[in-house]
Ligand binder design. Structure first.
Ligand SMILES: Nc1ncnc2c1ncn2[C@@H]1O[C@H](COP(=O)(O)OP(=O)(O)OP(=O)(O)O)[C@@H](O)[C@H]1O
Ligand SMILES: [Mg+2]
Length: 252
């Protein structure tokens, strides 16, 4: 499968050359481990190194905040937006209705001929927009009930919403990164306990127990290709995110 380079030093090597084209990859990590920065790097380097337009969908941060975060690394997002190499799309979960954001996304993909999409974060989309879907008794809920004539819990509906989003991302033909919160304790690889099975690949970010500056990156799965099975360290500096080669034979 053709690989799409993230452009992040060391990450493409860990991914065995990059993200398989058209795949949806989950980046799951606890607070402050670099999920947003990896997603942002994916669209920033896509635009600047590979001339591939990208869309960055944020839920927790406004476009102004994302532009500000990027400035820390010397990245001028506004310039890329003017050149139609980037679109920042903020889903405001307090006002967004139903699943119109997927239709808006399609329009944006067409408009800038996007090749890369980031959804940051999937957790917010499913946790906050799903109850809205239920309350409004939208079509998706009605059609699901017609298929499964038993009362459905919010968790099941949230999973159906997740499936719908991931399928939709694949249909765009873009290569995508979605982010999820990862509880520091527990056996699941995402807060929703489901997206790790629905996505084509999973990368986890975990802070080392005693030092938060030390973050472990592991490519847990990649359905359509080989990848590193080792634990890598990630480094966030004013230059951006860097993934270190795994230290073989070191047991921590
Ligand atoms: N200029 C910088 N130099 C070094 N480290 C930085 C710099 N800017 C940000 N960081 C590190 O990056 C982290 C934030 O990364 P990011 O916003 O991508 O995390 P996140 O996983 O998306 O967090 P959240 O769960 O809050 O959304 C900070 O906690 C900080 O440790
Ligand atoms: Mg974030």
């Amino acid at each position: 499968m053709e690989r799409v380079k993230t452009g992040i030093e060391g990450l493409d090597e860990a991914l065995g050359g990059g993200i398989p084209k058209g795949n949806v990859i989950l980046i799951s990590g606890s607070a402050g481990t670099g999920k947003t920065l990896i997603g942002l790097s994916f669209v920033y380097y896509g635009a600047t190194k590979f001339n591939e337009p990208g869309i960055f969908i944020s839920t927790d941060q406004t476009p102004e905040e994302i532009r500000e975060q990027a400035k820390n690394f010397g990245w001028d997002l506004e310039d890329l937006e003017k050149k139609n190499l980037l679109r920042l799309y903020h889903i405001d979960v307090t006002t967004e209705k139903d699943m119109v954001y997927l239709k808006k996304l399609d329009k944006l993909v067409k408009k800038i001929k996007a090749k890369r999409i980031v959804v940051d974060s999937l957790t917010t989309v499913t946790e906050f927009l799903t109850p809205l879907e239920i309350r409004k008794g939208t079509k998706i809920f009605e059609s699901l009930e017609a298929l499964v004539p038993v009362p459905m819990s919010e968790a099941i509906i949230a999973k159906n919403v997740l499936i719908k989003i991931i399928k939709h991302l694949k249909k765009t033909g873009c290569t995508s990164i979605v982010t999820s919160e990862l509880p520091e304790e527990g056996q699941w690889l995402s807060r929703d306990t489901c997206s790790e099975f629905l996505t084509d690949g999973v990368i986890t970010l975990r802070p080392f127990k005693y030092a938060r500056s030390d973050i472990d990156l592991l490519v847990v799965k990649l359905r359509y290709g080989n990848h590193s099975k080792d634990i890598h360290k990630i480094l966030i500096t004013e230059k951006g995110v860097e993934v270190k080669p795994a230290e073989k034979g070191v047991i921590i």
